[in-house]
Ligand binder design. Structure first.
Ligand SMILES: *[C@@H]1O[C@H](CO)[C@@H](O)[C@H](O)[C@H]1NC(C)=O
Length: 187
């Protein structure tokens, strides 16, 4: 009887210690400086920038990386890898504030519609180093295309929202400047 008592006692102590540790969030600690235990409020941010997709000339920012064996009318299967500049204004000399890096490919057999899989990483000011991920459908001939924001990093952790894309300039070689309005919820 007496020999069992300390065992029960230490068991209870361990359980108590475990519960206290849980309550303190000790088992969920994260070393990253951005994730402190402070309670952060979700906010909505509106981003406005221009996306420069240059496929022609000596210094393209997007290159074709996949070509289908048989090329159909709508280019189904043609895929590009891009590292496109994001700027403040629509002109080519405007300040670069980030880059759109990723892939887009023609994903529809019946019309011209792209699947976009891209990270938009910002390189200036408050959002320097933060990024948002876009995975969505982009039929480029439509006036305004909507694409989902599926996540983010840095100040855009837990991001979700949508992007509205509108082409402001294009040429016969399919270079394009696209205006983006992004509405993103994040912490
Ligand atoms: C952005 O962040 C990088 C890495 O921390 C730093 O080297 C660079 O100077 C920053 N740029 C601006 C414009 O703040």
């Amino acid at each position: 009887m007496t020999s069992k008592f300390p065992n029960i006692c230490s068991c209870l102590f361990l359980v108590l210690f475990y519960l206290i540790s849980l309550a303190n969030g000790q088992f969920y600690s994260d070393e990253h400086p951005l994730s402190t235990s402070e309670i952060r409020v979700e906010k909505m941010t509106h981003l406005h920038f221009f996306f420069h997709d240059i496929v022609s000339g000596k210094h393209p920012s997007a290159v074709q990386i996949a070509t289908p064996k048989t090329l159909s009318k709508n280019g189904f299967g043609v895929t590009n890898m891009a590292d496109d500049r994001l700027t403040v204004e629509a002109n080519t000399r405007s300040e670069v504030i980030g880059r759109a890096q990723g892939m887009y490919g023609l994903a529809s057999q019946n019309e011209i519609a792209l699947l976009m899989v891209m990270n938009y990483v910002f390189t200036k000011g408050k959002y320097n180093g933060s990024s948002i991920a876009i995975v969505g459908r982009n039929p480029p001939l439509q006036d305004v295309r909507e694409m989902p924001i599926v996540g983010g990093t840095g100040l855009f952790r837990f991001a979700r929202g949508y992007a509205l894309a509108h082409t402001v300039w294009s040429n016969p070689e399919h270079d394009a400047i696209v205006e983006y309005h992004v509405y993103v919820y994040h912490f």
